[in-house]
Each structure stands twice: as structure tokens, then as C-alpha cells.
Write a protein that binds this ligand. Sequence first.
Ligand code: THU
Length: 139
Amino acid sequence: MSLGPGDEDLVRVASLARERAYAPYSTYKVGAAIRTKRNKIHSGANVENASYGLTVCAERCASFAAVAAGDTKEWDAIAIVTGGDTLPSPCGACRQVLHEFSPALRVLLATTTGMRKATTLAELLPDAFGPERLGSARG
Ligand code: THU
């Protein structure tokens, strides 16, 4: 799958967010930007901590920014950007968090050196656990 014209704009926003990453320990900077179907964009970057396990990935940072702004559904796409010449891939925890809010999300992977790949969350997280599974099996 290739990127559409509007997708490059989202990659650009994610690249700008990446510049604000706080990653002094890994030095691996990541930026993410989520565009909703109503064309709002929410961005985030990875934020590390001297207590390493407290680190939050760029994808979750952007997700929580969207939720905090009131956008909890109908996300069209997320762009994820890293440096170097290896494409990023969202970690399992971030895939799960993204699924909570938009199972049909398109995922645009990019590097600052020009690499691009488009995929979907459904492809990255098949047979996912979502809120609908809680319905009838409680108690
Ligand atoms: N990281 C992200 O922000 N997103 C990913 O998809 C993978 C990993 C961050 C977490 C940590 O700050 C650094 O990259 C190295 O794992």
C-alpha cells in the first residue's frame, strides 16, 4: 500500500513532533501524529525517564493527546517517524492502545530519510482484544 497525498502532510507533522522527543537514554527519537476523520491532528513524541520503565512511546503520547482533546474515535490514520534508514514499527502495547480507539486505523511508517510504508492496524494486530469482548463474559 502506498501513501496518499494528505498522508505526506501527516508525516511532516510527526517529523516535527519527533524533534521534541525526550530520549536522552536510548537516543532513539520517535514522532507520531494522528489525523481524525474530521481532520484534526494530534501529535506526540517519546518521553523517557531516568527510571527507564516509565518511558512512554510516541504513539501512546499522541493517542492520549487525542483522547484528552475529546477525540476518542474515528481516527483515520497515524504517521510514525524515526530517523535513520530503518522503518519504525509500533510496539505491542501501542498497537493495543490504538485498537481501543480506532480498530480500522491506517498506519503510515516513515523515516526522516524518505522511507515510507503504509499498513493497517488490523494487519499489525490481528484478532485483537477490544472493549466489545468484555460484554457478555463478565462476572
Ligand atoms: N519507542 C517509541 O516511541 N515508539 C515505538 O514504536 C517503539 C519505541 C520509543 C520508546 C523509547 O523511548 C525508545 O523508542 C527506544 O525503545
